[in-house]
Design a protein around this ligand. Structure first.
Ligand code: NI
Length: 139
């Protein structure tokens, strides 16, 4: 980590007022911490767009395990890309529905593609990919 540097920011007063309201709403103690998080978010989003770069994330799937072959299809797809999957968690939500969470890490393009394959499998009711960073390039 580098040294901390202070710098001034010029802002329109209306914009600053909105920013302060946002800081309050999101429980930031200081504007500096809010600005640091905004910068980190932008850098992480840039990582997602860089297809060759490693990213981490979670994919949450909800499906009915009674649908024919669905569980088997999902397992086959996961075995195809097993090196991207760090762990999985399976919860039986009720008599019919299952919730599965996959923790993923690997090249952005491959992670996204795996998530899309699983989510678009017939019978999957909902799939939600939540991307984050491996944290390696962030201070
Ligand atoms: Ni289940």
């Amino acid at each position: 980590m580098g040294q901390t540097i202070r710098f001034g920011v010029s802002l329109d007063s209306d914009l600053l007022e909105k920013f302060d309201a946002l800081c309050d709403e999101r429980c930031y103690q200081t504007r500096s911490e809010a600005i640091r998080d905004l910068i980190r978010n932008t850098l992480v989003q840039q990582e997602w767009e860089d297809t060759g770069r490693d990213i981490a994330g979670t994919l949450t799937l909800v499906f009915d395990h009674h649908k024919s072959d669905l569980q088997q299809k999902l397992t086959e797809i996961q075995h195809d890309e097993h090196d991207l999957i760090i762990t999985t968690l399976h919860v039986h939500l009720d008599h019919d529905n299952c919730l599965e969470v996959l923790v993923l890490k690997g090249a952005a393009e491959r992670v996204r593609s795996l998530a899309q394959r699983l989510t678009s499998t017939r019978g999957v009711k909902h799939g939600k990919l939540s991307l984050t960073t491996t944290g390696q390039d962030l201070a």
